[in-house]
Design a protein around this ligand. Structure first.
Ligand code: PLP
Length: 491
């Protein structure tokens, strides 16, 4: 049997970018065996020769050989030398006392599960780009009181570092759950106690967790059409059958002839993306239908903090007596997106199962962030911040309405009562051409029509405004004013 050439080991050592000499020689020896360049039974050069040839000390080579012997790659026999002890290429079964082998025939390549494939086919979820006109969905991060947040964090780390740095309650930090329950009771008419609150990293995680725990393959999920892509993605990835509900003036329409729902997903306070609120009569009808059919009702109250002209309608959850409504809220817009804190308010029957299921995902969000969010709420900063942001965003909403009116009269706001973005309707058939021209002018104009599925698509845009100054809003609207209603560049 031949002896492995020092040249081969030298070449393989040179491909190892990191580590000391011994580590690189070990890696070279492993690679020689793994790649089949050194085969079972082949002799290694003596440590003295290899040390000379590679310009290494003999101690280094001895140490590398000893390491690989421990790992099972080499066999060393006193007086005879060192030999490769693994057969990477054979398909013959291994004898109990024979060398280690990578045994067995080569079968089909491993791949994704059907569930994994479905998840990938959805294309995934895409968070908003950094704020610029008119990217949708961004709060104004310049206006966030980062100094105060830092102080609260420092104080917490001074006082509670030991407990905050350890694992936390999978349901969420009790102080934060208390603060959320209080806030939701006072501001949103949600009827709950802290024991029903489950703290998560995002609404998206809530949707994913609900899909995994409440939906089986083929279950019907009723969705608003147009509706929130993140929810569609989570439900369809789980194998559910999506059933579209077109909208009318009162919100999503209810048609008992549709396949019986296992789940109904609604954004009743501020419909995504049109911005309309669902009428009380329609809310009651949905609750009655959920009761009659045994469906879960998911209320995504994603940006109810930002209604500008009047108080938001109280949450639908407050009307539910049978415990079939799951309420979802997020701090992504009301604090900042990377805080990664959101929550669900669960009916009593779901608390145990969902907290257990949650532990399989990721345990809990960052403890220090939860603690700071709890202090921020308890000390009144959250309410003050929201008041300030409502004023700021209201003035930006007004600036956008004014700028559209002056420069882009062919873009008609659908509903501008709240939110961080405004859906506008464009002349029929003009969305693509107008969007192309807008992109050429450096203005992002997220599509409205792509959020429609079976309902006839409305040509339009979702214009994000909350993170833009009035000047930036006006400049971008002026740029859009160079486009005609049918998407021609007018110069
Ligand atoms: C309807 C709706 N729900 C939830 C979210 C986002 O929440 P999160 O960042 O917590 O996933 C958005 C963001 O635009 C939304 O439009």
């Amino acid at each position: 049997m031949a002896t492995i050439k020092p040249r081969l080991l030298l070449a393989l050592m040179e491909t190892q970018a990191t580590g000391g000499r011994r580590a690189r020689l070990c890696a070279a020896l492993r690679e020689a065996v793994r790649s089949g360049q050194a085969v079972l039974g082949e002799r290694l050069p003596s440590s003295r020769h290899l040390a000379q040839d590679l310009g290494l000390s003999r101690v280094t080579v001895e140490a590398a050989y000893a390491q690989l012997e421990t790992e099972g790659y080499l066999r060393r026999q006193v007086g005879q030398g060192s030999f490769v002890a693994i057969d990477m290429n054979t398909t013959a079964p291994r004898k109990t006392d024979g060398p280690l082998r990578l045994a067995g025939a080569v079968g089909a390549r491993p791949g994704l599960s059907a569930r994994g494939q479905r998840m990938v086919e959805t294309g995934g979820c895409h968070e908003p780009e950094r704020p610029r006109a008119f990217v949708a969905g961004s709060p104004d991060l310049q206006a966030f009181p980062t100094g105060l947040w830092r102080q609260l964090l420092q104080r917490r780390l001074r006082q509670d570092a030991a407990s905050l740095m350890f694992y936390g309650d999978p349901q969420g930090l009790p102080a934060l759950r208390e603060a959320i329950a209080r806030y939701l009771g006072l501001s949103r008419g949600v009827r709950c106690h802290a024991g029903q609150v489950l703290v998560l990293t995002s609404s998206q995680q809530a949707l994913q967790l609900l899909s995994a725990t409440l939906l089986d393959d083929g279950d019907a999920v009723w969705m608003e059409d147009p509706g929130y892509a993140g929810a569609r993605t989570a439900f369809s990835a789980s194998g559910a059958r999506l059933v579209d509900m077109p909208l009318d003036d009162e919100g999503a329409t209810l048609d008992a002839a549709r396949p019986a729902p296992r789940m109904i997903y609604l954004t009743p306070s501020h419909q995504f993306p049109t911005g309309r609120a669902m009428s009380l009569a329609r809310r009651l009808a949905f609750i009655a239908h959920a009761r009659a059919t045994g469906a879960w009702l998911i209320e995504d109250d994603y940006d109810s903090e930002f209604l500008y002209d009047h108080q938001p309608t109280p949450a639908l959850q407050g009307l539910d007596d049978l415990g079939q409504v799951v309420y979802i809220g997020t701090f992504s817009k009301s604090l900042f997106p990377s805080v990664r804190l959101a929550y669900m308010v669960l009916p009593e029957a779901l608390i145990g199962p969902l907290v257990t299921a949650r532990t399989i995902y990721d345990g809990h969000p960052s403890q220090p962030m939860q603690a700071v969010a709890a202090d921020f709420m308890d000390q009144g900063h959250f309410a003050a911040h929201l008041r300030l942001m409502r004023q700021l965003y209201r003035s930006r909403r007004d600036a956008l309405l004014q700028a559209l009116h002056s420069h882009v009269p062919w873009a008609t706001p659908m509903d501008s009562r709240g939110g961080l973005q405004m859906a506008v309707r464009l002349p029929e058939g003009s969305e693509q051409a107008c969007t192309r021209q807008a992109a050429g002018l450096g203005v992002a104009t997220p599509s409205l029509s792509e959020l429609y599925h079976t309902a006839p698509a409305v040509a339009g845009w979702r214009l994000g405004f909350a993170a833009l100054t009035p000047d930036a809003i006006d400049a971008a609207a002026r740029a859009l004013g160079r486009i005609s209603a049918h998407g021609q560049y007018r110069g």
